[in-house]
Each structure stands twice: as C-alpha cells, then as structure tokens.
Design a binder for this molecule. Structure first.
Ligand code: GLC
Length: 462
C-alpha cells in the first residue's frame, strides 16, 4: 500500500513535469520547482529517477533520456536542459550560445553538474533486477554514459591526478558555498565589463521570485556571468578555457562523486560481463580515492581543494559539508573517518537538530538562510548517509547512518517538500511551523529523496 506521504511526493513530481517537442521528438522531464527553476537540472534529474524507479520506471527513464538528448559530440552534458519557453529563469537558453553543439536541437548550458548519471543508473539497474524486471532500457543508455565519463576524464583531469577541475561554482551544484569565496574574490570586479553588470541587474530573476536573504549576493552574480561570458568567447572549448580561466578548482566534493560514479559504472559493466571495461572504471575510482585521501590535512582536520588557475596549486580549506564527501566513495581512511564522525556528532558544528548543515554552525561563514552557507539540503544528507553505510564494520558509522536516514525522512515528511531546511529549529521545537522549510517550496528532489529513502531503507524507517 502506498502511504499518503508517498502519494503527495508522486503528485508533486507529476505536477512539476513538462513535455517539450523538438525536431519531431518529445521529451518529458521534471523541473525542480515551478517557482523558479523551470527547466531541467542535471543532478536533480538523476535523483528524481532514483526515487521514481520504484513506482513509475517509464518516468525515471524519461528523465535520463531527456538528459542524454542534449549530449555534445565530445560527451559533455550541460547542467541545465532548456526547452520550456517561459522566460522566468535567468540565464536563458540564448545567453549560453551553445545551440551549435546540440545534436538534437535541444539546448543545454555550457557548464557541467556533478556526475551523478552512472550512480542513478546503477541504482535503477539494481532495483529492476531486484524486482526481476528487464534492464534493456538501461543497456541502451550505457554507450552514452561511457562517452560522458570520457569527457570528464579527458577534459577535467588533464593532469591525470584523479581529481576533477571545475570551471565555475555552478558546476559543483553548491553555487554559493563559501569554499569558492577566495577564488571568486580574485576576480576583480573592476575587470567585469559594465554590459555584464547591466545584464545581471536587468535580468536577474531569482531575487524577485525568492527572497534576498536566501540568494547569492550581487557581487557573486556579476562574477558568475563574467565567467560565462569569458567561456563563450572561447567557444566553450574546455582546453582553451582551462588555459585562461581565473576559476579552476580541483574539488573534493565533485571528485568524490566522480569516484562513486566510476564504481557505479564498473558495477554496471561487470553485471553485463564486460570485465575489461569494469576494471578500467574501477581503476579510475581507485585513483581518485587515493588522491582524495592524500588531500587530507592533519592539522586542519579537513580535505584540501586546490585553486589551480593560471598554473597555481593553492590549497583551499573550507569548513563545509564537502569535507564529508570522501565518505561517499569510501575514500576516507579509518583515521579520517574517526575525525569526521566526531565532527558529524558535535552539536556545535554539524550535529544540529536537523543535520547536516551545509556549513559548520561554528564557521564565521555560517548564515542560517543563505544558499549553501548554512541550510540543510536533503541531497547532502543522501551522500553522507550512503557513505556512512559503506563503512559496514564501523558500528558508529552504522548508528549514525540509521539516525540520518530517519532524521532526513522525518524532516521532509513533516516539514514538507522544501528546497532546504533550517538545521537548528527543526521539528522538535517548531512542529508544523513552515519557517523550518526554506528556499523554494514544492521542490522535486526533496520529494524524490523521500521516495528513495522510504523504499531503500524501509526497515529503518518503520
Ligand atoms: C540551485 C542549487 C543547485 C540545484 C538547482 C536546482 O541552483 O544550487 O544545486 O541543482 O538549484 O534545484
């Protein structure tokens, strides 16, 4: 029997769906929220598919088909897939000047998003196999997924270091995280042409649809658009961009997702008897995991990211959730796990009533409501709870994993399908007070994560 909460989640995912027709083909996809994010977002959709596979496999496949529909010849897939004709979101489709790379007529942005695709497909494959259902639809996606991984490896790890390079904060999905502040502030506002400042001032829509308290500051938005403008001038040629960009960061969060994605692709290949390919993707995952372990700084008790713009290699430390991400790919060593567990359990840092705040409660950068600078995001919890679970011999990890499943599901169920949540107030003090839910309402991936947890961890939730 499907519960009322599941029905509510499914209903939201249905109403947040749009259908577009391009060059005689129809694509159906779920947008994050009607209030502002009216196109398709890459990592959101990978998550939608992971929740929907339990109920409506065709709709889960539709998410992936739509994402693959915008793939460029070199394997790249942008973080936003356009097609919805509304003009409620900025930057719009035309601004990117990427139509020339589209093979189907459907246009995407010129930036990546965390590579969750193989992780989503591996989960779909496992659920279908558990149910004894056919996996040929998954099979039909795999060549394009390999091409997608080849893009990342070839263009975002030119040094073969195992760590990926991002060229814009939006590529991390954690747009406004303080871990970008230093690199962003190296871009002197004086170099930004007035036409870009005007473009942002005249077109930015998020501050109208949302509230200023949640959204990134104007000075960051100028820089976001400045980088996009620069990359357009280089025709979105990644090699050329990497040579000149002031924003190039080897990032721990996205590299951890990359390692997990390669483990997932290896598992998909192994199940299909493709051992050579499986070994290759496993070796990529191992290379990244080793590199992640080596990013650990014993003094700071944190993993280092690196600013690698203009040939530099400057360490970036950040007291954000990104430090826990090496748990997700099982990269963290036993010693590192012990330190991370302490931080996760400390009520002054990350062990808040509604964990896990995106920035430590103790950090000078913590802001209760501002995007990626404090609020709790269900997707972060998903990564960390899966990571904790993978340390199956560690009792404390198992205990925390189960607690986090329960707390995350309770938070979403009782407060509602918000974009983010207040890590401090939470259900205990403020039951049914919608102030605990922040960002935009009726948010798709919060609903999808609820469905995922409810099915995958049914025995823990009951
Ligand atoms: C915001 C988030 C990003 C997400 C998008 C759509 O931009 O920072 O991670 O993908 O919203 O939900």
């Amino acid at each position: 029997m499907i519960s009322d909460d599941e029905l509510r989640a499914l209903k939201l995912l249905k109403s947040n769906t749009n259908v577009i027709k391009t060059n005689g083909k129809t694509y159906q996809r779920i947008f994050p929220t009607r209030k502002y994010y009216v196109h398709q977002w890459f990592w959101d959709s990978c998550i939608h598919a992971m929740g929907l596979i339990y109920y409506e496999p065709q709709r889960a496949y539709a998410e992936i088909i739509s994402l693959l529909g915008v793939q460029w010849k070199n394997g790249f897939i942008g973080h936003i897939t356009y097609g919805n004709k509304t003009n409620n979101y900025f930057p719009n489709e035309e601004l990117w000047e990427t139509k020339k790379f589209s093979q189907t007529g459907v246009v995407c942005s010129g930036l990546c998003n965390p590579p969750l695709l193989a992780i989503s497909l591996n989960h779909i494959d496992e659920v279908l196999r558990d149910k004894g259902e056919a996996t040929d639809t998954v099979d039909s996606f795999l060549d394009r997924v390999i091409l997608y991984h080849n893009y990342w490896k070839r263009f975002r790890d030119r040094e073969d270091s195992g760590l990926l390079t991002l060229i814009h904060p939006w590529e991390s999905g954690c747009d406004n995280s303080p871990r970008w502040d230093n690199v962003m502030e190296n871009i002197d506002l004086k170099v930004i042409p007035q036409r870009i400042i005007d473009l942002v001032k005249n077109n930015r829509k998020d501050t109208r649809a949302g509230t200023m308290a949640n959204r990134p500051l104007a000075e960051y938005y100028y820089r976001y658009l400045y980088l996009i403008d620069l990359y357009k001038q280089h025709q979105w040629d990644t090699d050329a961009i990497l040579d000149i960009t002031p924003f190039a960061v080897k990032d721990v969060q996205v590299s951890s997702i990359w390692a997990k994605a390669n483990q997932s692709l290896a598992a998909l290949m192994k199940r299909r008897g493709k051992i050579k390919e499986a070994d290759y993707f496993s070796s990529l995952a191992e290379q990244t995991n080793e590199a992640l372990r080596n990013c650990w700084d014993e003094k700071q008790k944190a993993y280092k990211n690196f600013d690698v713009s203009h040939g530099k290699k400057d360490a970036i430390y950040s007291d954000t959730f990104a430090n826990f991400m090496p748990l997700y790919s099982h990269a963290a060593s036993d010693g590192q796990v012990a330190v991370l567990l302490k931080q996760l359990s400390d009520s002054h840092t990350y062990g808040s009533k509604y964990p896990i705040p995106s920035v430590s409660l103790k950090s000078p950068f913590f802001e209760i409501a501002r995007y990626w600078r404090g609020p709790t995001w269900p997707i972060v919890n998903l990564f960390i709870l899966e990571g904790l679970k993978s340390y199956s011999d560690n009792e404390q990890c198992q205990k925390l994993f189960k607690e986090l499943v329960k707390k995350t599901a309770d938070m979403i169920r009782t407060i509602g399908f918000y974009e983010t949540y207040d890590p401090n107030i939470g259900l205990a003090d403020n039951y049914q007070n919608t102030l605990s839910g922040m960002g935009y309402e009726e948010f798709s991936w919060s609903a999808a994560i609820y469905l995922y947890l409810k099915n995958k961890y049914m025995e823990i939730m009951n």
